[in-house]
Design a protein around this ligand. Structure first.
Ligand SMILES: [Zn+2]
Length: 305
């Protein structure tokens, strides 16, 4: 199937209390590794591309083209979303939409709420008119975000209600104690506040910084309301460790496909484990009958762009 949007995978996940994993693409090598894992588990999957890596990867169009072909050739039976992660400006989000990303996140979490809502709305209008889904963020995920180290700001439930209602986003990243990058100490997710937010709004919720959260905490967080979980650090560390180990145990081998192949395998293993942990294994079949939101239905019936 062609690339899908968040609207086609998240409402179904919310209904059945599992989460669709977003795995970040750090290099082209990551794309087949992630797809291979999702196919093995027959799971829906989201390929996340951080705005700050877009130029490194050759620009929006190169990413779209490579993804489309790899999905067509190797993952035609599972729903795959190509999502811009932490879009920095309205213009960058629009450029991703124009290039063929099926979903974009605008990160206005550092802005005053009114400004965050206004800019998010502008992107929603543009994206929805072109059949593309949008994620926004409320509160602040701790750790390193786009090179800036920041503390955790727990999302305010009333702000979440306003953001969801006034912007009509398709997914809302609600920061409730998770951290980007490796954790130092025990992560402290505010489960009570999570239940409150999940009760108040229909919009599927997103957990950023899904690496290193203990399995039982993760599963509780998913049960209570997170339908999309972003994973980046854990795959990168698995990649680094595998490559390091391969080089030190095989100093005579210089062929990149063996060296990087060890890393690729480690990424795939990590992704596969996460998919199972999130309860998303075997969930690709749900999309035979295509659960979709109204926005996407409307767009599909009229020619795109
Ligand atoms: Zn994030």
């Amino acid at each position: 199937m062609p690339l899908v949007t968040l609207c086609e995978v998240l409402p179904e996940a919310k209904r059945h209390r599992y989460a669709v994993g977003q795995f970040n693409v750090n290099d082209f090598l990551w794309i087949p590794a992630i797809l291979e894992a999702a196919v093995a588990e027959y799971a829906p999957v989201i390929l996340g591309v951080s705005d700050r890596l877009v130029d490194y990867l050759g620009g929006f169009r190169s990413i779209v083209m490579a993804t489309q072909i790899l999905v067509e050739e190797h993952a035609a039976d599972i729903p795959v979303v190509l999502h811009l992660d932490h879009g920095r400006t309205v213009e960058r989000c629009k450029a991703a939409v124009d290039a063929g990303f099926t979903s974009v996140m605008f990160d206005g979490s550092h802005l005053p709420l009114d400004k965050n809502i206004a800019l998010t709305r502008a992107i929603v209008e543009y994206a929805h008119a072109r059949g593309v889904s949008v994620e926004a963020e409320i509160g602040q995920v701790g750790g390193i975000e786009d090179g800036v180290v920041s503390g955790i700001v727990y999302a305010n439930p009333d702000d979440c209600v306003r953001m969801a209602g006034e912007t009509k986003v398709d997914a809302l990243a609600v920061a409730l104690g998770s951290v980007h990058g490796p954790y130092t100490g025990e992560p402290k997710i505010d489960f009570e506040r999570l239940s409150v937010v999940a009760e108040k709004i229909e919009t599927p919720l997103v957990l950023h910084g899904g690496s290193g959260i203990p399995r039982e905490h993760m599963q509780l967080a998913i049960f209570l309301g997170y339908s999309k979980v972003n994973v980046n650090t854990e795959c990168s560390i698995a990649f680094r460790d595998a490559v390091q180990h391969f080089i030190s145990s095989n100093p005579e081998i210089y062929e990149p496909r063996f060296i990087l192949g060890a890393g690729r395998e480690a990424i795939a293993e990590t992704v596969q484990r996460k998919i199972v942990e999130f309860g998303a294994a075997k969930r690709a079949q749900a999309f035979g009958n295509r659960a979709t939101c109204n926005m996407i239905e409307r767009q599909r019936s009229s020619p795109r762009r």
